[in-house]
Design a protein around this ligand. Structure first.
Ligand code: EPZ
Length: 427
């Protein structure tokens, strides 16, 4: 089923369960490789990327079992991972090319086994996405990494990584996560300077501490890890997905509806709340999460520049652009994290959006309404921006290649239909 059909124009009303964050669940799953005991992850989102990584971990010898129950007002999916002994240290190209976050097994394998053979991930639609920062930092900890036939062949002479003082040239979520895991079992103290501060990084650090790791500086750009000889099992709730929440907030705003986002808190998304607020969209805290609606029926154009956390997230750029496409006035949107993250622009233009791209900036001039059309998803967040446009557009839209959506949004058509959207999966 590769297409989604939407008839736009319905103000969305109701409540949406926000799942655990994809970008927290993925590194948390690889953390299971650091111990021979069980790691239990609650609030696991059920997404294509999670299944891909589960398959990769299984090839390494990790046993996985999934249980579902209801907790509070939400469905809870609990994944137990048990890497009692590893059967392989190779992450095959076929799995890594599907999901570049597979490189997050590199740090744990080197920390646990002292060796790893991981396919270099290819680039992806939004940019070349090198992993030089991961490799340089691991080499500073004593790893020897050679590139052979597209694979990184890594080993640690002497068997154990050594703590090091690392200063990242650029803020990298993945590199910070790989090194957090590697340093947890290293010999001695590691400092990560210019570390990423995303909530998903902090969530991983919290889980590692629950497993016995010694980490200081959570939430800051300077992390200090004192290596220990072993880590034990733990149970951890995956932090709520602030990007999924921001996407549904945009759905409420663009349809002039009123949605309660269940299970997410404001501190995960301050910069999003501020920007939405400037454009006339309110986030009202409730006992169960956050309620989102327009302040007085009108939205106005505001400028935004994506930044590393706590700035406005790059993963919300496409969704916000769609909102600005129907706001009153103009909005300058600047993408500073990835090189090619405007692929939603030509598709939005097919729906009547007025957007002009100049390098890493896009000038959006609001139009009274978008019109339904056949459009093509190109990457995860671009595809969600097309769904948002379709929800507000006059008439019917068909979004093609929706497998991109399934990588990052759990049951999106069910969650939207439950709030009144006229949406169905077809083809
Ligand atoms: C994570 O990707 C997220 N993915 C991305 O979400 C998110 O957009 C990104 O962080 C930025 O917030 C996961 O967590 C699984 P980076 P990651 O390393 O870790 C450059 C989504 O839509 N860089 O912070 O790969 C890189 O090219 C996805 O959910 C290097 O140059 O991002 C990029 O320009 C998309 N060398 C910038 O840094 C390196 O060694 C930020 O990348 C590593 C990164």
């Amino acid at each position: 089923m590769d297409k989604i059909r939407i008839i736009g124009g319905v103000p969305l009303r109701g409540a949406v369960e926000i799942s655990g964050a994809k970008n927290a669940a993925l590194p948390l799953m690889t953390a299971a490789l650091l111990t021979d005991e069980k790691l239990v992850l609650n609030r696991l989102p059920y997404l294509a990327d999670i299944i891909t990584l589960a398959n990769l971990l299984a090839t390494l010898g990790c046993e996985l079992s999934l249980h579902t129950n209801r907790r509070d007002y939400q469905e809870n999916r609990s994944l137990t991972l048990h890497a009692k002994r590893l059967l392989s240290v190779t992450a095959e190209y076929d799995l890594v090319r599907k999901m570049r976050a597979s490189v997050l097994v590199l740090g744990p394998l080197l920390a646990r086994e002292g060796k790893a053979r991981v396919s270099l991930p290819g680039g992806c639609a939004i940019g070349p996405r090198p992993i030089d920062l991961h490799l340089k930092a691991l080499e500073q900890m004593g790893a020897v990494i050679e590139l052979k036939e597209g694979y990184m062949d890594a080993h640690v002479p002497g068997g154990r990584l050594k703590g090091a003082e690392i200063q990242f040239d650029k803020v990298s979520v993945g590199a910070t996560e790989n090194l957090l895991m590697a340093a947890s079992l290293a010999d001695g103290e590691t400092i990560l300077g210019n570390a990423a501060r995303e909530p998903e990084v902090t969530d991983l650090a919290r889980c590692l501490i629950a497993m016995g790791a010694k980490i200081e500086g959570l939430g800051s750009d300077r992390l200090k890890i004192t290596g220990v000889s072993r880590l034990h099992g733990a149970t951890h709730d995956v932090v709520a997905d602030r990007i999924e929440a921001g996407t549904y907030a945009a759905a409420a705003a663009i349809t002039n509806g009123d949605l309660e986002l269940l299970g997410v808190s404001a501190e995960l998304m301050q910069s999003v709340i501020e920007k939405f607020g400037e454009s006339g969209v309110l986030f009202i805290p409730t006992e169960r999460g956050l309620r989102v609606r327009r302040e007085n029926g009108l939205m106005h154009g505001v400028d935004v520049m994506t930044q590393v956390f706590p700035g406005f997230p790059t993963d919300m750029q496409a969704q916000f652009m769609t909102l600005m496409a129907v706001a009153d006035g103009a909005s300058m949107i600047t993408e500073t994290i990835f090189e090619n993250r405007f692929m939603h622009v030509p598709e939005l233009a097919r729906m009547g959006a007025n957007v002009t791209v100049h390098g890493s900036s896009a000038m959006v001039r609001g139009v009274p309404a978008l019109k339904g059309a056949q459009v093509m998803a190109t990457d995860l967040r671009a595809s969600s921006s097309l769904v948002l446009a379709a929800l507000a557009a006059q008439g019917e839209t068909v979004v093609n290649r929706v497998y991109h959506l399934d990588r990052g949004y759990e049951r999106i058509e069910e969650k939207l239909a439950a709030c009144g959207a006229r949406i169905e999966r077809i083809g």
